[in-house]
Design a protein around this ligand. Structure first.
Ligand SMILES: [Zn+2]
Length: 97
């Protein structure tokens, strides 16, 4: 992603093609959902369950969190998605097209 927020098609360093096919990066969405759940929703739920804060504060944290957190971790989600993809299909790393 450059400074304008646009994702690059290729790695500027090694030329690896990021957008391998139409919809390739859709795999990053469930990764983003899982990150949001385990890093935001679950900790908030656990803290609420143990009475660390009120139900009102729980909702005040959850609603903005589930909207903002996935956007904050989208780059990391794409990275994890590509790492998972190439962990199972490492021979595709050599392909430049
Ligand atoms: Zn690279």
């Amino acid at each position: 992603m450059d400074r304008k927020g646009v994702f690059s098609d290729r790695c500027p360093s090694c030329g690896l093609l990021f957008q391998r096919e139409s919809g390739f990066m859709l795999g990053a969405m469930p990764v983003s959902y899982l990150l949001t759940f385990f890093c935001w929703v679950l900790p908030c739920g656990i803290l609420w369950f143990y009475d660390c804060f009120s139900e009102t504060l729980l909702w005040c944290l959850l609603i903005p969190g589930i909207l903002i957190f996935p956007l904050a971790v989208i780059r990391f989600s794409r990275l994890l998605w590509m790492a998972t993809y190439f962990a199972f299909l490492p021979h595709l790393l050599d392909e430049k097209e």
